[in-house]
Design a protein around this ligand. Structure first.
Ligand code: MN
Length: 488
């Protein structure tokens, strides 16, 4: 299922590399003690360092360094014991220093990888080239005062991790899967909140195309600052098609930076792409000692690493016998994985059935009411108990669905609701038998029809019994008794 763009002359394949900027979860900024919290009054959290005052000295925030190491370990990457902060020189109104402190040829994290799942269920490993730490710039605000531009430096100096993949993705789907996995990993690690719509995780896509089967790397264009996974996939699709059209019409692609317009679903030129030497990188003399990561620090962080989504999914499959798809859906968020695991611990709750109840019925209620698993009123123990109650025949599946709504509305456990509302399933064989006898007697021609071979009529009888018992009779017992009685 290779992703191929059919042109008039050739078939083309796409080469994609992604640069992801992740805002580091940290109280303070990367080189100052100003708050890194966002959303306050403009210019409220700006130290002299963040405002680029002359003579101020940056000091590395060790917690941000630990967060980068943790993310590196989560991406199976080499941690560089020594790395160097470098100045990346450029002028922007919202960059008061006139340079960004970043890392250039010696980043804190080197080669790593993450695994994505393709449409057909197979796995693909995507290489990661590096992760480096850098500071964010401020923000220009053009729509606050008519005829004027304002600068908000609150974001200036906030720590970012830039994670650069190898150009190893070959379809919009793969790029989407990579971002989804990356987002999930940083969220599980607690190193970035992954909120793409708030800009705390954003993505630049490097896109080029080549004739199918060729191994050349043609000129790439960079689509900058895409802030949703859906837009990323659309931007790549558009950009790749644009390259194909240019090549097939005899043109050539210029290396440049482009922006994606989601409304028009197209990319347009932002600026010609600078090369690294345009930035005149050099080691920051204010941070002249290499950044050192000790063995002790790496060992400590390793010992604190949570179980990551892939490992946890594998354990769910092995330990609880879950189908692969269910396990993958449960680990998409740590909160849902935790919820499932608590529910499945309940005595008598079969894990597969608990997962099913959660992913079908509970999920439907959550979607319907637009609430997240973090905010649901139903305790995981109640969901597990609900599974157990279906399992031992106390209630039927239909009642279980109703109870999910009732538990959410009343914040009460299933047992007390079943008692109060008389929802207990009728499993009393004698009582059901009596009802069945009555129904067969009242519908002699249907009974005759069934006996003569019209087996479809079983559905009619089951429906009648359900109706007569208000849906509370145990379906297993109904079926068994009906078969017995109708074959006589
Ligand atoms: Mn960057």
């Amino acid at each position: 299922m290779k992703y191929v763009i059919k042109g008039n002359k050739h078939e083309w394949e796409v080469v994609i590399g992604l640069e992801v900027h992740c805002q580091v979860i940290s109280n303070a900024k990367l080189f100052s003690d100003a708050s890194a919290a966002s959303g306050g009054t403009p210019n409220d959290t700006v130290s002299f360092i963040d405002a680029g005052f002359p003579g101020m000295l940056p000091v590395v925030n060790e917690f941000c360094v630990e967060q980068a190491v943790k993310t590196g370990l989560g991406l199976n990457a080499e941690i560089n014991r020594k790395s160097v902060f470098a100045r990346k020189n450029y002028f922007y109104a919202d960059l008061p220093q006139g340079y960004q402190i970043s890392q250039y040829d010696k980043p804190i994290v080197g080669n790593g990888y993450l695994d994505i799942e393709l449409e057909d269920g197979s796995a693909k490993r995507i290489g990661i080239e590096r992760l480096h730490l850098e500071q964010d710039a401020g923000k220009s605000v053009h729509d606050l005062l008519p005829g004027k531009s304002c600068i908000d430096l609150n974001r200036s100096g906030v720590a970012l991790m830039e994670i650069v993949s190898k150009p190893e993705m070959s379809s919009p789907y793969e790029a989407g899967a990579y971002m989804t996995k990356m987002r999930s990993i940083v969220r599980w690690l607690g190193t970035c909140d992954g909120n793409m719509d708030e800009g705390s995780m954003r993505c630049d896509a490097n896109v080029s195309v080549r004739p199918v089967g060729s191994s050349e790397l043609r000129t790439r264009c960079e689509v900058k600052n895409v802030n949703s996974i859906r837009y990323l996939m659309q931007a790549i699709e558009y950009e790749a098609r644009r390259h194909v059209d240019v090549y097939e019409n005899g043109g050539s692609i210029e290396q440049e930076t482009r922006l994606f317009n989601p409304a028009a679903k197209e990319t347009r030129t932002m600026r010609g792409k600078e090369n690294a030497n345009d930035y005149r990188y050099f080691p920051d003399p204010d941070l002249s000692f290499p950044l050192t990561v000790t063995e002790e620090l790496i060992e400590r962080i390793k010992s604190e690493m949570p179980e990551l989504p892939d490992e946890r999914a594998a354990r769910f499959i092995k330990e609880y016998g879950l189908p692969k798809d269910d396990a993958a859906r449960l680990v998409s968020e740590m909160a849902s994985a935790d919820y499932f695991e608590k529910a499945a611990q309940v005595k008598g709750a079969d894990a597969r059935k608990t997962a099913n109840l959660m992913l079908v019925e509970l999920a439907a209620m959550l979607t319907d009411r637009k609430i997240s698993i973090e905010n649901v009123e139903i305790k995981p123990e109640w969901l597990g108990r609900l599974t157990a109650l279906v399992e031992d025949g106390t209630i039927g599946l239909r009642t279980a669905k109703d109870l999910i709504i009732m538990m959410e509305d009343t914040r009460r456990d299933p047992d007390s609701l079943i008692e109060e509302k008389g929802l207990r399933q009728v499993s009393d064989t004698a009582a059901i038998e009596k009802i069945i006898d009555g129904i067969i007697e009242a519908n002699p021609s249907e009974a005759e029809g069934y006996r003569a071979g019209k087996e479809k009529l079983m559905g009619f009888f089951v429906g009648q019994v359900m109706k007569a018992t208000g849906g509370k009779a145990n379906p297993g017992i109904i079926n068994k008794l009906l078969k017995e009685k109708l074959s006589k």
